[in-house]
Design a protein around this ligand. Structure first.
Ligand SMILES: CCC[C@H](NC(=O)CCC(=O)O)C(=O)O
Ligand SMILES: NC(=O)OP(=O)(O)O
Length: 316
């Protein structure tokens, strides 16, 4: 594994799962592996879980960790080639990235979709320049079209809580006041399609995810029908892909409440967080006995630690 940007970068999903569970049992098992190795986490966007869990994952492996909020601490970056840099951006990403690469052994990058140009976002223009020019392994901490550390943790969580071999897992859209990226749903669908779970994606018409992630999966536009007999409900908002970046609906009938959970098979409720309560999900559901959002967030530590361990193993 050279970089970690999607489930497809893993040499073996089963081995990665086993490693994550091994690390959960004994987080300090490889605490000298990362000695004298530096993990540098570059954030273009806000974060709580990714920032804390990925930093702790590096520390658990004995790494030195630097966290860099590039928009606060660094120079404003030009990311386009051929631009005459006479504006408000003193530095080009083409210099910043190789320089950052000289100060570390592994880079984590968070750079959300900008919704300015679908092609730029879906070609992953920012993280791809880190991959092309940093000279060290790059780990996605949510890029424009995927959030693989989250999806890995989601898979771990479902494996921990499932009560049958092939659970029914439902990804449901829910309303939100802002236009959010498709990265989490894309990544969740792509990752879940690597398992033998029964996966259902439900959302209003117009919110179809990109075909490259859905494959031959067809969405269910009737949320109640989708929820019938479900074992896991994974709620998330995302802006439209086809009408790129647009908010087409704020229909609060899609907010996950006891009404929808009542037709499930006593389903667990999941969300990557942060979550807008009473937009995405009612207080009673997220505070209820079936909500596993905190154990899900806890597993972010072990998905990150497993990825870092695999990358460090290649440096021995
Ligand atoms: C892990 C999720 C990160 C991000 N979430 C947000 O940007 C939420 C912001 C908000 O609720 O205003 C997203 O939806 O991709
Ligand atoms: N789920 C997740 O990545 O949370 P943060 O955006 O707080 O890191």
């Amino acid at each position: 594994m050279k970089h970690f940007t999607s489930v497809h970068d893993l040499d073996s999903l089963d081995e990665a799962l086993k490693l994550a569970f091994e690390l959960k049992k004994d987080p300090y098992k490889y605490q000298t592996l990362g000695k004298n190795k530096t993990l540098l986490l570059v954030f273009f966007n806000s974060s709580l879980r990714t920032r804390l869990s990925t930093q702790k994952a590096g520390l658990n492996l004995g790494m030195n960790v630097i966290v860099f909020d590039i928009n606060e601490g660094g120079w404003k970056l030009e990311t386009e080639l051929g631009v005459i840099m006479d504006g408000d951006k003193p530095e080009h990403i083409r210099e910043a990235v190789p320089v950052i690469g000289k100060y570390c052994d592994i880079i984590g990058v968070r750079s959300f979709a900008k919704f300015e140009n679908r092609e730029d976002d879906y070609q992953e223009k920012i993280i791809q320049q880190f991959i092309d020019y940093a000279g060290v392994p790059v780990v996605s901490m949510e890029a424009a079209t995927r959030h693989p550390l989250q999806s890995f943790a989601d898979h771990l969580t479902i494996e921990e809580f499932k009560t049958k071999e092939r659970p029914k897992v439902v990804l449901t859209w829910a309303p939100h006041p802002r236009a959010l990226p498709q990265a989490v749903p894309n990544s969740f669908v792509e990752w879940m399609r690597q398992t033998d779970y029964e996966l259902v994606v439900t959302h209003p018409e117009g919110y179809e995810l990109a075909p490259e992630f859905m494959g031959d999966l067809k969405p269910e536009y009737d949320q109640m029908k989708a929820f019938e007999g479900a074992d896991f409900i994974y709620a998330k908002n995302w802006a439209a892909y086809n009408d790129y970046g647009k908010i087409l609906s704020k229909d609060m009938n899609w907010t996950v409440t006891d009404r929808q959970m009542a037709v499930t098979n006593n389903a667990k409720f999941m969300h990557c967080l942060p979550v807008r309560r009473n937009m995405i999900v009612s207080d009673s559901v997220i505070d209820g006995p079936n909500s596993i959002v905190v154990p899900e967030a806890e597993n972010r530590l072990f998905s990150a630690q497993a990825v870092l361990k695999m990358l460090l193993d290649q440096m021995k």
